[in-house]
Write a protein that binds this ligand. Sequence first.
Ligand code: ADP
Length: 387
Amino acid sequence: MRILVINTGSSSIKYQLFEMKDESVISSGIAEKIGEEIGILRHREDGKEEIRKERFPDHRSAFILIEEYLRRKDISAVGHRVVHGGERLKKSVIIDEEVIKAIKENIPLAPIHNPSNLEGIIISKELFPDIPHVAVFDTAFHQTMPDEAFLYSIPYRLYERYRIRRYGFHGTSHAYILEASASYLGIPKEKANLITIHLGNGASITAIKNGKSIDTSMGMTPLEGLMMGTRSGDIDPAIPFFLMDHVGLRPEEVYRILNSESGLRGICGRNDMREIIELREKGDRMADLAIRMYTRRVKKYIGAYMAILGKIDAIVFTAGIGENSPYIRRKCLEGLDIFGIRIDKEKNRRNEKEISSEDSSIKILVIPTNEELRIARETKKILEEMG
Ligand code: ADP
């Protein structure tokens, strides 16, 4: 069975075609700079990369070119990444008119992501009309959170009327990490208690109890929680009002500041962690400050999630920073020996899969995430359920 996974962003389309027999990638690619003067499509297959530079005025024009590469590839189904499934879409589903309507209804909750995800779905359903299309939601994994975790302490009627609540994101990644960690630890997924820490450009942390998400740091939108590349994460909710009332900023300017000019970038001017670590090593004080703030926030959440979880099997790092930066991992866990969390410096430096020391009571793991593979697996599962 061959499954095509599509992730449509506002100016890019990523795709991977999996052979599910051995979960290998047959071909993959990315179309970028859609809507710009010159777009670029990179298609990889058989160890070779083909690059096409041409203008893609819209998503459709890029999709048409992608379809040419994937034609006659005997694809059984398409799995689409969709950011916001809201409360109604708790699981991966076959996309029909009802599902399209529900994704549309969630646009106010994900105004940047859901419209392009939806456009990708509509165009690829036209280009691949005879096979099932499945939507896999970033929010779905977190739909198991109890009400005391997902509600905000604001008037309950705002939840009832407008569905204002914590949804959580990166669910596909946290769910993949759960499966991979349970399999590494040799325990059933349904019994695993974990803290999974996704540190990429966006960042989030999840408390998993008996294989279910019971709390996560991102909220109604991906802006809440950890300090990120350019997003603020948690702040005093009065700050936006101060910026509007006393500084005279417009709501959209405040939104832009919190989403695109804050986080690591807001403190040290950069949002790429590799560069920030290099700058710090050269003595840059603001880079050092940004890292201290970043890792302290992660540590605070680890403490909070240990308190609500009780017993945990492992703390797991993933995504660009989590997978590759021994320094950041070490800083996040510094001083946690008292809770039985002990890192092995050498294993950590070598980016080994298990980086806890022999005497650590909680295992510390580093596992590369693979959201595309998780989407392909979910799609396969739905097809099999259909019979
Ligand atoms: P995205 O959320 O866009 O998928 P990634 O998961 O690829 O992002 O993470 C990107 C981040 O990972 C960037 O901040 C990048 O600097 C960081 N990163 C990648 N490799 C390293 C490394 N070796 N050391 C520190 N940070 C790294």
